[in-house]
Design a protein around this ligand. Structure first.
Ligand SMILES: NC(=O)c1ccc[n+]([C@@H]2O[C@H](COP(=O)([O-])OP(=O)(O)OC[C@H]3O[C@@H](n4cnc5c(N)ncnc54)[C@H](O)[C@@H]3O)[C@@H](O)[C@H]2O)c1
Ligand SMILES: O=C(O)[C@H](O)COP(=O)(O)O
Length: 605
């Protein structure tokens, strides 16, 4: 039970945190039942062991609940059922979703469910992850998810080929009037001259958005003998060149293309990117395919462009409003071919998406960092395992530093220094910063902080966290030599924690895989960061350590570690004592009354 250093970044709800011993730092562990592992790597008293067992047993029994709001492939459902209770409730109204969500740990949707701010507000703290079974996350309010500390993951790769194939299907069907001719024959007509098409070979196709789908469309269009150009401000030109595609400006793309195929995400920058103005700069008779998102086209402007003949034809899989109104002029237009958002809808893609999202959601519920996280930094597994002990250290230093601040002085400015023998570019500190932030905020508020919402929460509280990386000589095997946390412009309840430069300063290292406090203010110390801590400043003299130890012994407080850092013999010294139990007020008063003791503070880690 003890000792496993979880990489979980999801917090226990406060109610659970309270039910455990204060000497346990459970707040960064899994909130989830069957996978609970503890970052407490030490012996425990029988009292605390008992309280932990109670918590864990209670949690082991409850499986998490995953709400699946849209149809998901069987393989994905099976995977989910192996880990969680799965509630498949399709076609819920927004109100029904808001009601159900408070009982769920995860939600899985496709593009048909709007996961709004109200959903996150209704969820309380239970909802840990939203899984989008597909690529586009424009139906999920990401800011609200982040503010609520809810991870959003998607399934970005499994439907790429399906979407690209659908794009090519629409391109060819449009060029040869397949849908219109089919309807005509079924209506008993035989209109061969009406449905003369246009050829693709030798024509210029502009792929707008050269990402996963766009590049696959380009590859296939080249196979059809088309001349393919692409516009994508963020795509590497060499990747395009490798498949014989030139990246061009937006202007060149839209003004030279015979066919335009849209493959960018819907963002504020791409919203209505095809509008009256851009249509006016296109070749007369251009044909447009959209399997990206309806909102990238100004649909009213497209109707005008179709009516004026600038756009000869359009083939659309996606619409601003889905489903579009029944009397939509665009849908009914004779030169428009439509499908009901079918890009990802192949058997193969849906099975792939279901597995991809189920794995991501289960992983997130277990507390693993998701590779497809949309609103949290992605930390590769190997980086994570190397940083794991430093993650614990970072949080503990944050917790210590903030508890040293004298009440009333607001914490506004924190500097975190990472000393490493690796170059600054080899050290990704986002995870460590999030954990320092968690340590700084949680002891003084009811907010819970995780990797998803750490930066947001800090900003919201007006807490400015700056980072500095210092390159030291040392072993490059070791990701970090030490981490230092400094809080500026505050007074401390333990004056010795203030460094020469006037900030509260604590510094720590990882020794034998365990976090150690190695500096307080200007005093060097060495104490394992476990349990709770008493910091004492005293005048170095024979017998003082024994006196403090005796008082704690008489009070039945077990000492786990002790270290003394002094400026010089018989001068001021700082004693750090790790204790398993919280000493009573009387015990602390007795210690404080020893003549050599100048100040002391008790800190919970
Ligand atoms: N119809 C469907 O069922 C279906 C299926 C899959 C994907 N999609 C949609 O297709 C689109 C592309 O998906 P993807 O998986 O290829 O995404 P992707 O992230 O791999 O590619 C998107 C590309 O668009 C580029 N881009 C961003 N802003 C741009 C701009 N202003 N101009 C030009 N390019 C820009 C990006 O640099 C990126 O290369 C998304 O909108 C996605 O939601 C639809
Ligand atoms: O963004 C996507 O992945 C596609 O638009 C597919 O959406 P769907 O899962 O609702 O079919």
């Amino acid at each position: 039970m003890a000792a496993s250093c979880s990489t979980n970044l999801i917090s226990f709800p406060p109610s659970l945190r309270k039910s455990t011993s204060p000497s346990y730092s459970l707040s960064w562990q899994a909130s989830l039942p069957s996978t609970v592992s503890f970052a407490v790597g030490r012996r425990v008293s029988s009292r605390t062991t008992k309280s932990l067992v109670v918590v864990v047993t209670a949690m082991m029994e409850a499986k998490p609940t995953v709400l699946v709001a849209e149809k998901l492939g069987e393989a994905g459902l099976e995977l989910l059922k192996g880990f969680a209770n799965v509630d498949c409730s399709y076609n819920m109204s927004p109100e029904e979703l808001c009601t159900k969500i408070s009982l769920c740990d995860a939600l899985i949707v496709r593009s048909g469910t709007k996961v709004t701010r109200e959903v996150f507000e209704s969820a309380g703290r239970r909802l840990k992850v939203v899984g989008r079974a597909g690529v586009g996350i424009d139906n999920v309010d990401l800011s609200a998810a982040t503010e609520h500390g809810c991870l959003v993951v998607n399934a970005p790769t499994a439907n790429t080929i399906a979407a690209a194939e659908h794009g090519v299907a629409l391109l060819t069907a449009m060029a040869r009037n397949i849908a219109q001719a089919d309807a005509s024959v079924k209506a008993g007509k035989w209109e061969r001259s009406k449905y003369v098409g246009v050829s693709l070979v030798g024509k210029t196709l502009a792929v707008m958005g050269f990402g996963k789908v766009g590049s696959e469309v380009a590859r296939r269009a080249k196979g059809l003998g088309m001349h393919v150009i692409a516009h994508d401000p963020y795509a590497p030109a060499d990747r395009a060149r490798a498949i014989g595609v030139n990246l061009v400006t937006f202007e060149e793309a839209i003004s030279t293309a015979d066919f335009i195929s849209l493959h960018m995400p819907l963002t504020p920058a791409t919203s209505k990117i095809l509008n009256d103005e851009s249509f006016s700069r296109m070749k007369k008779g251009v044909r447009i395919v959209n399997v990206a998102r309806g909102g990238v086209i100004d649909e009213e402007a497209l109707i005008r462009a179709l009516d004026s003949g600038i756009v000869a034809q359009a083939a659309l899989d996606v619409f601003t409003e889905e489903p579009p109104p029944k009397d939509s002029k665009l849908v009914q237009h004779e030169n428009v071919t439509v499908t009901p958002h079918l890009g990802a809808s192949t058997t193969e893609a849906q099975e792939g998406v279901a597995i991809e999202i189920a794995e991501a959601v289960v992983g997130a519920l277990k507390g693993e960092l998701a590779a497809t996280a949309v609103n949290a930094p992605m930390v590769p597994a190997e980086v994570l395992s190397a940083l794991a002990p430093f993650v614990v250290l970072a949080e503990k230093l944050g917790r210590l530093a903030v508890q040293l601040v004298a009440g009333g002085s607001g914490v506004r400015s924190v500097k975190v220094t990472y000393a490493s023998s690796r170059g600054p570019d080899d050290l990704d500190t986002r995870l460590l910063r999030a954990m320092v932030t968690k340590g700084l905020i949680e002891p003084i508020s009811s907010v819970f902080v995780n990797l998803v919402n750490a930066d947001f929460t800090a900003k919201q509280r007006g807490l400015r966290i700056t980072e500095e990386r210092v390159v030291l000589d040392g072993s490059p095997e070791n990701p970090l030599e030490f981490i230092q946390v400094q809080i500026a412009n505050v007074e401390s309840k333990f004056a010795s924690a203030i460094s020469e430069s006037g900030e509260i300063k604590v510094e720590g290292r990882v020794k034998d895989g365990k976090p150690h406090l190695t500096k307080v203010g200007s005093f060097g110390v060495d104490v394992s960061l476990e349990g709770s801590l008493i910091l004492l400043r005293h005048v170095d003299q024979p017998g003082i350590i024994g006196k403090v130890g005796s008082i704690l012994g008489e009070e039945n407080v077990n000492v786990s570690f002790m270290s003394v850092g002094r400026t010089a013999p018989r001068k001021q010294a700082v004693m750090t004592i790790g204790v398993d139990e919280e000493p009573s007020r009387e015990a602390l008063t007795r210690i404080g009354n020893l003549p050599a003791i100048e100040e002391f503070v008790f800190l919970e880690l």
